[in-house]
Structures are given as structure tokens and as C-alpha cells.
Design a binder for this molecule. Sequence first.
Ligand SMILES: Nc1nc2c(c(=O)[nH]1)N[C@H]1C(S)=C(S)[C@@H](COP(=O)(O)OP(=O)(O)OC[C@H]3O[C@@H](n4cnc5c(N)ncnc54)[C@H](O)[C@@H]3O)O[C@H]1N2
Ligand code: MOO
Length: 526
Amino acid sequence: MPSERRRGGAAAASAAEGDGPARRADGPATGRGGTEPSRRAGASRPAPAKGAPRRPSPAAGTTGAGAGTGAGTGAGQDGAEPSRPSRGSRPDTPGAGAPPPPPGRAGGGARGAEPAAPEPVRWGEARRVAARTVTAAPPRTLPLDRALHHVLAAPVEALTDLPSFDTSAMDGWAVSGPGPWRLSPAAHGILAGQAEPAPLSDGSAVRIATGARIPYGATAVVRREHAREDGGTRLRLTDAAPQHTAAHGADIRPRGQECRSGDQLLTPGTPVTPAVLGLAAAAGYDQLTVTPRPRVEVLVLGEELLHRGLPRGDRIRDALGPLVGPWLEALGADVLVTRRLGDDAEALHEAVATTTADLVVTTGGTAHGPADHVHPTLRRVGARVLVGGVRVRPGHPMLLATLAGRAGAVGAVGAANAARHLIGLPGNPLAAVSGLVTLAAPLIRSRSGRPAPPPVHARLTEEVQGHPRDTRLVPVTHAADSAGAVPLRYAGPAMLRGIAVATHLAVVPPGGAPSGTPVQLLELPW
Ligand SMILES: Nc1nc2c(c(=O)[nH]1)N[C@H]1C(S)=C(S)[C@@H](COP(=O)(O)OP(=O)(O)OC[C@H]3O[C@@H](n4cnc5c(N)ncnc54)[C@H](O)[C@@H]3O)O[C@H]1N2
Ligand code: MOO
């Protein structure tokens, strides 16, 4: 690699590129006002070059007990995933010196002591594991103006009838019986918000505003465009008034028309939208009981990443820093911070070991090359890998791990909710998206109390080639009224051009799907 990209690591790169405060390349607690002083700058010292011999991890091989879900012998063993050289030995990486890992072994340093990589699991199983590894967080009661985008943890039952009194639906006159009517002398008539109006006697009318209380004795409201006052003493319908004007109950919204006090208006699991806030307020609520959104920290790994300007030399723009946080927010998480850590193993370790978030999401570094620090870091912090690779393309190196719970060790009784989790998204951008829909979506849904969306299926408009043994996720466009799901071009693992215009990801089974095959569609979360 040209030495330019190694100089100073990500911190220096960031400073030179003038990253704004909201998304600095690294540094303590980006976006949090420096409230996490224990975090040192991610790449405050030069990171090792990818392809250079890996700095031995201080704890590599010493904490393996929690590192795998099973006695898997590596991705390559069953032939589904050909064994591959470490990233450091890719032909385009000068200085590649490390030999390929032995069959069935993860690549990277400290090989002799590394535990076997866990077996990749099927795509559907990965989603199930992610969904059931957490349960909904304990409910909180929030004032209406802070409840938006959470999920109801308790039913919303009407605290009042709606409307809470018989109400005029129109500006006009409240009338009693058939016309013409004697006009009540009240100057402005009955206005909204006014106290109990005087009863209306048979054959009389009084002006009334939309939303005002209907006086006792009124049988209908006549709209102002359908009647005329004669000399201020009589009210008559105009010739153009529709036939049922002034029919019994016309343009009166009766008390309890929308709901009766105690009616269940909304069920737990309902997302709190602006409309929900409005309904809750109308029904008498000042606060709502919700499931809090999980708090997530995003760690973007990769020394090659630029955060501003044009790609240059062998450096590329970070496509995942801008993508992952907003995607997680759309899924129902609160993103505390997105930090850029370069390929600094120590910075990654410190970030993971000291996180206060419910969920850490990393990008890149999930493979087993010399600069891929996610797996060694998980071993070092004693994490338990629940999903270590998924039989899905793109995205097969994605992983899910449980970090130590708030109360202590991983696996402590009752720690399922208290534990923090880490999702490792592969570095290829569409592979990272695959990890978001496969692992992050179900986990965040469970934690934030959202029900799974109803399944969507559509027929493919053309053949989609499959992977021999793995599920494929393919960007498509599909409109509810359209003939089918149209596979998009530019859907390679490193490409975002297809997903940027997609409405869904199609789930293509191993072996592929001919044109006309019904396939499951995953909706994008916006
Ligand atoms: N010998 C083999 N090598 C690789 C295989 C394989 O089967 N055999 N799988 C490839 C696949 S597929 C993926 S995905 C990656 C996963 O590796 P990592 O998670 O360690 O990702 P990186 O090596 O860090 O990056 C991969 C690729 O993505 C680019 N990248 C990384 N982060 C970003 C970002 N924030 N924005 C834009 N692009 C990013 C990075 O530069 C690399 O080009 O492993 C493959 N290798
Ligand atoms: O699986 Mo990679 O994750 O194809 O891009």
C-alpha cells in the first residue's frame, strides 16, 4: 500500500480532511460532547498496514471459551465457502506475507491458539437468533413530546368519550324541528369552547360554530350556505339546499361517536407516530408508556476510508458511516454516535470494552485478514458469538455476539436483557446492508417491542441466479399494484447503486429462482 494512507492513521486523516464535529473520524465520544473521556482517539498512533504482519492481540487465544457457538471447523469445510487466503494475502496488497490459514481455520495472527470459527448458519436461522436474543426493554413513561418514534408498551384506552359532548360539525345554525325557524337573538350564537348553551325550543334556531356544543333540544345543524336569515328574525332553507338538510342529526357529531371512555384505541406494539400523539392527546393523555429505543453505537473500521471529498490514491470514501446510523434509526434505534476507528485494534478493543450502548454495530474487519480486528476483539473481551457467519450473499461474514451484561459476566442468569450486543457488518457496502436486514432489524424490533411486519411476496419478473447453497438478497423494485418484483442491476457486494433505488430486497433461495417465482420481499424501513 502506498505509505500515504498509513501516515497518522485515521485521526490525522480526519484532521486533515476537516471532518465536522458531528462526524469526526474518531476521538473521544464523537457527537456526545466529550462525555466519555475514557475513550482515547481511535488512531492516535499509526495503525498497522493491512498486509503487514499482524500485531499479536494481547489476549488472542486466551479467552476462546466464549468465542464460538459450536465446534464448527470453519467456513470452508463443507465446500459451501471455498477456503480463502487472509486479507493480507490478497494479490493487490503489497507486503502480503502471511500464509493462507490452514483449511477450516480462520486466518489472521495467533492461529495456533485461535478457536475454530463458528459454523455459518442459514439465513432464516440467523434472523431467528437475532430476534430471540433480546426481549423488549422495560417500559418507560414519557411526555407526549418525547414519545415520538418509540413503540407503545401499554394499550391506549380512551380517557374520555370522543367527542366528549354533542358537537356541531359545521358553521351554521342549530335548529329544532323542521323549518322555517324563529331565530334566537344571541348575537354571535354559540361558539366553540363556550359553556353550556341555553336550550333550544321547538321551531327555533340559533347560530352555531363548528366545534361548539349542541344546545339541548336541537335536532340538526344547518350549514350557513344552505339557509338564509330573513330580517334577522327568521331562518329559511335556500332553494339550493340539498334534500336532507336539517334531517334529524344532520351535521351533529354525537358524543362518543369516535370512542367511548375506556375503549381501546391502540394496542401495545403500535409505533408512536405524529398521528398517534394527536389521538392520545385528544383522548386525554399527557404521557405515554413506551418501550425505549435501543441505544446504538456505530464503529466504522478501515484505514482506507476517507470521510470527505473525492476518493484519491488507494483510498475510498466511507459509504457506511453515512448509511448505517440512519438505517438503524429507521429500524427503531437511537444512534448515540458514529465513530471512525481506522484499523486500530486497541481503539476497537477500548470502544467495545467500555461501551455503554445496548448495541454496538461495527462495519468492516469481520473477515480474518491481518487488519480485521472484530473477531480478535470479541475473543479478548470474552464475548459469546451467537452468529458467526450466515449462509447469505452478500454478507456472509456478518456476526452477532453478546457482550458482558451490565451486571457482569456474559451468560449470567437473567442477563438476556441486561447484556449488550455487537453486530459485525461486513465491509462491502451491500454486504453491510445485508447484515442490517438480517441481524440488526430483528434484534432492534425485539428490543424495541415492534411486531414483525406482515410478510410480503411477489413474483420475480426475470430469472435471478442463485448461490449454490446460500440465500441471496437482491435489490428489487416492487409496487403494491405492480406485476412483480423487478431485480435491479448494480447489485454486487461492493455496490450501492441498486439498493439506492430499490423498494425491497428479494430473498432468493439457494440455487436461484426462474422468472415468475414468488419470493419473499423484505421491506426497507422507510
Ligand atoms: N479470500 C476471501 N476474501 C474475502 C472473502 C472471501 O470469501 N474470501 N469475502 C469477501 C467478502 S464477501 C466480504 S463482505 C469481505 C468482508 O470482510 P470485512 O468485513 O473484513 O471487510 P473489509 O475487508 O474491512 O472490507 C471489505 C471491502 O469493503 C470496503 N469497505 C470497508 N468499509 C467500508 C466503508 N465504510 N465504506 C465503503 N467501503 C468499505 C473495503 O475497502 C473493502 O473493499 O471480505 C471479502 N474478502
Ligand atoms: O458476502 Mo460479501 O459479504 O459478498 O460482500
